[in-house]
Ligand binder design. Structure first.
Ligand SMILES: [Zn+2]
Length: 425
């Protein structure tokens, strides 16, 4: 029997164990915000990795303000294989252990991990605890099959991806635990569908626009200048002048769904005048703030995306006497894209063809994920997202992952890891 067949047989034999590990992880409600039970989840994963022959380290996000006694940010990382120069490549499989709040609309308990009709239900099944279980058993199947390779496999469970990943992958990259020269290939099993390889994402620019006017008695609004009117004009100009241009721009990156191939802008939040739930007094609003989410294309670049917004808002408000405004950057994430001829793309592509007998589709994510830290801070060019679960089910009520997809993704990750360790690309 060939190594590949042995590994596939081990994964088929381990199906119930893979499902059970997914369920165990889902039953720890690692809800973010605020970041609950990270320690318990990291220990569960670490114990499992230790049992499967990994050296395990727990790495707190020391120095990060969100790492508190009430909500400690605990990451876990396991290493199995050789170390040091000449030992061979290091393949790193990284999953985030946090999940978004369950929200309303569930027909099952979101943290019970109910298995029914070939699906595992629960918050975090698809995004992305099934992916973590797949990573663990991809590595374990190689071991159980008795297949030896050069290099090493690392598996990490990291915190806070849903809130930016700063105490998670970014922290591991900053302290050099994940970095170019030490880590060769990174696979992040986010739920991008079992036959798709995600090579990157668009850029993100979050900014806060503040307008300021002059307050007056609400019975004589003509004596004041409404900051809300100013904001209204700025938003109208963005809708009127900017949006028609953004929709005409499309990236060459294979972003899914189709609508996300364009540049977009969204208003995340708005707040003006008095607190709306407070006791009201008759006042003209002297202040209004809104937070915008501009997704920019690799072809646009951040500087031009920002310049364009600044110009539109300035023009819109120029004729409004008594209105001042200010734009403040909240977050900038540059677009990332792994080249299509990267060995990690080639290896996963070949494994998908082998396991699923179909051609893989290269996609880019509509939203950002931890790839940005791997690329920007760790400096590793060879990173993709591939894992079980359907993208559209992430963050939804009745989130689930199909068991057959979980098993297939485990096989794909195992075979791709084997190829990368052996350097057959
Ligand atoms: Zn995710």
């Amino acid at each position: 029997m060939h190594d590949v067949d042995k590994i596939i047989a081990e994964i088929d034999r381990a199906q119930d164990e893979i499902v059970a590990l997914t369920c165990d992880l889902v039953r720890i409600p690692t809800v973010n915000p605020p970041g609950e039970f990270y320690d318990d989840c990291a220990r569960l994963l670490g114990d499992r990795l230790a049992g499967f022959g990994f050296d395990v380290d727990y790495i707190d996000a020391d120095g990060r303000p969100e790492h508190t006694a009430a909500f400690p940010r605990v990451n876990v990382i396991g290493h199995r294989g050789r170390r040091g120069a000449g030992a061979g490549p290091v393949v790193h499989l990284n999953g985030h252990i946090d999940v978004v709040p369950a929200g309303d609309g569930w027909t099952v308990d979101p943290f019970a991990a109910v298995v029914r009709e070939g699906r595992i239900y629960g918050r975090g099944t698809c995004d992305m605890k099934a992916g973590i279980a797949a990573a663990v058993f991809a590595a374990e199947a190689i071991r159980r099959a008795g297949v030896t390779t050069p290099g090493a496999i690392e598996i990490s469970g990291t915190v806070d991806e849903e809130s930016g990943g700063f105490a998670g992958v970014a922290h591991l990259a900053e302290i050099g635990r994940i970095k170019r020269g030490r880590t060769d290939y990174v696979i992040i099993p986010e739920p991008l569908n079992v036959d798709r390889i995600c090579v990157g994402h668009r850029g993100v620019y979050w900014f806060e626009l503040t307008t300021r006017g002059r307050t007056a008695h609400g019975s004589m609004p003509f004596l004041g200048v409404s900051a809300i009117d100013g904001m209204n004009e700025a938003i109208a100009a963005i809708r009127r002048e900017l949006e028609p241009i953004l929709i005409t721009r499309a990236t060459a990156m294979p972003v899914v769904p189709d609508g996300a191939r364009h540049a977009t802008i969204n208003i995340n939040a708005i707040d003006g005048g008095q607190p709306i739930d407070g006791i009201q007094t008759p006042c003209v609003a002297d202040r209004c703030r809104a937070v915008f989410d501009r997704r920019f294309l690799i072809e646009e670049g951040f500087a031009s995306a920002k310049d364009e917004i600044v110009a539109v808002v300035r023009r819109a408000l120029a004729s409004m006497t008594g209105i001042d405004h200010e734009i403040r950057d909240l977050m900038v994430v540059e677009p990332v894209m792994t080249p299509r001829d990267s060995p990690v793309v080639t290896a996963v592509d070949a494994a998908i063809r082998r396991v699923l007998a179909t051609n893989a589709r290269l996609v880019a994510s509509p939203g950002t994920y931890d790839h940005k830290h791997v690329a920007r801070i760790a400096g590793i060019p060879h990173c993709i997202a591939y894992g079980p679960g359907e993208l559209e089910l992430a963050h939804q009520p009745d989130e689930y992952c199909r068991v057959d997809h979980l098993v297939a993704a485990t096989k794909v990750m195992a075979l791709a890891t084997l190829d990368l360790l052996r350097g057959v690309n």
